[in-house]
Each structure stands twice: as structure tokens, then as C-alpha cells.
Design a protein around this ligand. Structure first.
Ligand SMILES: [Ca+2]
Ligand SMILES: [Ca+2]
Length: 456
């Protein structure tokens, strides 16, 4: 109680010293405000680890992670809480809630911000819950808006829906949002433009420069958001800040307005005559993070590819002893959907593994005059391996020894590792048997030429 009165007196003294009223808030710099609110939220999270929920959960974690705090113990505790939550809630369609697809989207955003694999959360793929056009908009425009933000945050490929006629695509989500626009611009979950307006702009921002309908709708929303500011809560101002920053527009004016809701302890009020509010504080914080990221040339608040690039880097493992030249992909780059070309002076096979080498999938190539082109979509840690066809012991050369090894394997006198099987499958039909020995021997006697694995 005394502490509260003392802090109130302190605020009063500062306010009197820095008249006129409001000047205190407006003069707080972004770095100072960020540091103060981060300290406040970190204390909250340290007192009790965040859990899945619309407060004390994903938004808290996302804000801290996007401001660079990635290694606190409570973040690992949060991840454990998410895994337990997912295991207890998720249904056969990958949905965390029977009506609200935003639950999947919100958790995806927080996990992506932490660099976690959203396609394997305790063995569940959270993207799967966002694939059905009859489910995603069940709660209204909120669903498609946050589904698009979540799918784009890691540039994720959308998994297949069981019913192809209900397959969610990015185009479908964009069209849904565009079709929901209010007359005169903006979006709502009620009857007039509300926080859905800046949220829809956040979702559409990545398409602003490439889709003229998106650009027109966003341009209509900008004056709507300006008009909203006069009567906005701190949360609405926070959403407008995130939307403007996503478009690379000035956020200083909105930031200064939002700072009028800041309290000396780093928390934020929801309304001017209210008291510190957790939801308002979390939103104000990530809005400031969005602004700070823009000023520092970092990716958008909801563009987590900067984190995922490090987490889901490709490893390129060339076992051809220098015979292969690879272009379009290199070790350490973010996978996603990637096309690359391999030129090899002998017949080679290209395979990839996403489970640390336990299994390999062979990639079919499209021939491009002397080199071969591959396209693969990778969402988790992926190793791409290039081996010479017939090189069963993976030493970079194809010799009689390899034929002997394959023969021994066929007689079950020797086992082949999954990667050795890629080299040993000389005819590329997916299995290793005597045909491969015969073909390899013929090739060694130069009676046949080994071919590439091609798609035709
Ligand atoms: Ca060999
Ligand atoms: Ca074979």
C-alpha cells in the first residue's frame, strides 16, 4: 500500500516537474520505453512461466523473443507447457479448438518466434489445423487474418487438407479478407471499423507491393486507422503501430500517443482512466518491438524467417569426391521451397533427410542440358546428400569394391546404412537387389552408362 502511494507521489512529482501534462509520456524514447516494459514483462514471466492463453502466454513470449530475448529458462518452460497443451487439446484434424482457428495461429506465431518447429510439436503439425476453408473462418474474419499471418511468418507450405475441395490457399485467405472489407474501407468483428482493421492490414502487408487489390484495400484502410486514433484504446494504438510498421510507414506519432497510457513501472493501461493491464502491456510491448525492428532494419514483427533461417538451415553433404557442382543452394541457407541445380561428371543421385539420416528421400530431377534441377520443400532440419550412383561405400568413387558390397548386402552378409542404400540403388528404383549389382558391373565394364534419377 505504502509502495503504491509512494509511487503515485513520485509520478505526481515528475508530472509537476515536467509540465505540461502528457509531456512526460511523449518524451520517453523508444529504447527506454522498450527496456522498461521488457523488464516488467520479464519479471512477470519469471514469477510464473507463460502458458497457452491470450494473456501471460503467446503474446508475451512473442514480444520478448522478437526483441531478442531467446534463452531465458521460462521460455523452455513455456515450450514444455505448449507441448502438454497441444497433446491434451489437439484433435484428429490438427485443431486446438473446435471453433477458433486463432488458437493454432497464435501458438504457431509464438513457437516460430522462438525458432521452434511448428510442424512437430509433440509429434503434431500445427499447420494442419489451418488447412480447411470450412473451419478457419468459423469464428469470423479473425480466423483467416491470423491464419494468413501464421502461415506467412515462417513462409510455410500449407499442408494438404483431407478434402481437396476445402483446401486453404494463400489466395483464398487473401480473397476472404478482401471480400470482408467494410464499405468505405477497414474491417470489423462488429459493425464499424475496429482492431480488425489494423490486424487485416498486418496480414495483407506482405502482399501490398505485388497485389493491386491488396494495395487498394490497404490504402483505403490507412485513413480509417488515422480516424480511429482519436478515440483509440492503447491496444488499438498498438495494433495500428504494428500495421504501419509492417508497411514501413512512420510510427512515431502513434507511439507517442500510446505512451500516454504508459505507467512508471513499465506496464500499460487499457484506457486512460484505467490501471495497469496485462493485455494492454503485452500488446504495447510487441508494438514497440515492431517499431524498433523497423528502425533497425530487421524483418517485420511477424516475419520470423530471420530466426527460422538459423534453425532450419540446410546441410549440403556432397559425397561425390568433388565431381558435383551445386548451384542455388548452400549449407546454412534457409530451406523452404528451394530449387537447385547439380552438375556432376558422373551419374549421381540426390536425396534428402529431415530426420537426422534415419531415412532418405530420393529426389527426381528435371534435366537441363548437362545438369539437373531439383525442387524440394523443406520445413525442418534438412540434409541434402549427393552421391555417385553405385558408390555403395560413399567414398566418392565407383569401383568393383562397391559391387562386392552390394552383393554382400543382397546376401545379407552386410547391412547398408540408409545413405549407403542411396548409393547402392544403382538403377534408382527405390530398392537394392541383384539388378543393381548387374547394372553396376556392366557400367564398370563400360557396357552401359548409368543415368540420373529423372522425373520422366
Ligand atoms: Ca565406392
Ligand atoms: Ca535398385
Amino acid at each position: 500500500m505504502w509502495k503504491k502511494i509512494l509511487s503515485l507521489l513520485l509520478v505526481l512529482a515528475l508530472a509537476l516537474a515536467l509540465c505540461p501534462a502528457g509531456a512526460l509520456a511523449a518524451e520517453t524514447s523508444l529504447p527506454d520505453a522498450l527496456a522498461k516494459t521488457q523488464a516488467y514483462l520479464k519479471n512477470v514471466a519469471e514469477a510464473s512461466a507463460p502458458e497457452v492463453g491470450s494473456t501471460y502466454g503467446e503474446w508475451l513470449v512473442l514480444g520478448l523473443a522478437r526483441n531478442g530475448l531467446m534463452d531465458a529458462d521460462f521460455l523452455e518452460d513455456y515450450y514444455d507447457n505448449v507441448v502438454s497443451y497441444v497433446e491434451s487439446k489437439i484433435d484428429a484434424n490438427g485443431r486446438l479448438h473446435k471453433n477458433k482457428s486463432t488458437d493454432n495461429s497464435r501458438v504457431i506465431l509464438a513457437l516460430a518466434a522462438l525458432g521452434k518447429d511448428v510442424t512437430d510439436v509433440g509429434g503434431h503439425d500445427l499447420l494442419q489445423g489451418l488447412t480447411d476453408t470450412s473451419y478457419v473462418p468459423k469464428q469470423g474474419i479473425n480466423g483467416p487474418v491470423w491464419a494468413l499471418i501464421a502461415l506467412d511468418c515462417g513462409n510455410y507450405a500449407i499442408p494438404e487438407n483431407a478434402d481437396p475441395s476445402k483446401q486453404v490457399t494463400r489466395e483464398w485467405l487473401i480473397d476472404y479478407i478482401l471480400d470482408s472489407e467494410l464499405n468505405g474501407g477497414g474491417w470489423t468483428i462488429g459493425t464499424q471499423a475496429d482492431d480488425m482493421t489494423p490486424m487485416a492490414v498486418q496480414a495483407l502487408a506482405p502482399y501490398y507491393n505485388t497485389n493491386s487489390q491488396v494495395k487498394a484495400a490497404v490504402d483505403r484502410a490507412l485513413p480509417v486507422m488515422d480516424a480511429m486514433q482519436a478515440t483509440a484504446s492503447s491496444e488499438t494504438l498498438a495494433q495500428i503501430m504494428v500495421a504501419r510498421c509492417a508497411l514501413g510507414l512512420d510510427c512515431q506519432t502513434v507511439f507517442e500517443k500510446m505512451m500516454a497510457y504508459a505507467l512508471p513501472d513499465g506496464s500499460f493501461k487499457h484506457t486512460m482512466d484505467g490501471s495497469g493491464d496485462q493485455m494492454a502491456t503485452e500488446q504495447a510491448f510487441y508494438a514497440m518491438v515492431a517499431y524498433s525492428r523497423m528502425l533497425n532494419g530487421k524483418t517485420r514483427l511477424y516475419d520470423m524467417t530471420d530466426v527460422l533461417q538459423q534453425q532450419y538451415a540446410v546441410t549440403l553433404d556432397d559425397r561425390t569426391g568433388g565431381a558435383a557442382t551445386v548451384t542455388g543452394i548452400s549449407s546454412g541457407q534457409y530451406a523452404g521451397e528451394t530449387s537447385f541445380t547439380v552438375s556432376c561428371d558422373e551419374a549421381c543421385a540426390v536425396a534428402y533427410s529431415t530426420d537426422g539420416g534415419k531415412t532418405y528421400t530420393r529426389l527426381a530431377a528435371t534435366a537441363v542440358r548437362g545438369s539437373y534441377r531439383f525442387t524440394v520443400n523443406m520445413t525442418a532440419n534438412t540434409t541434402i546428400v549427393i552421391v555417385k550412383k553405385g558408390d555403395a561405400n560413399l567414398n566418392g568413387s565407383v569401383a568393383n569394391q562397391d559391387a562386392t558390397i552390394i552383393k554382400a548386402a543382397n546376401l545379407q552378409k552386410r547391412s547398408l546404412t540408409p545413405l549407403e542404400q542411396v548409393g547402392a540403388d544403382v538403377n534408382g528404383n527405390g530398392s537394392v537387389n541383384n539388378q543393381d549389382v548387374t547394372k553396376l558391373k556392366a557400367a564398370l565394364l563400360q557396357r552401359v552408362t548409368l543415368g540420373w534419377d529423372t522425373s520422366n
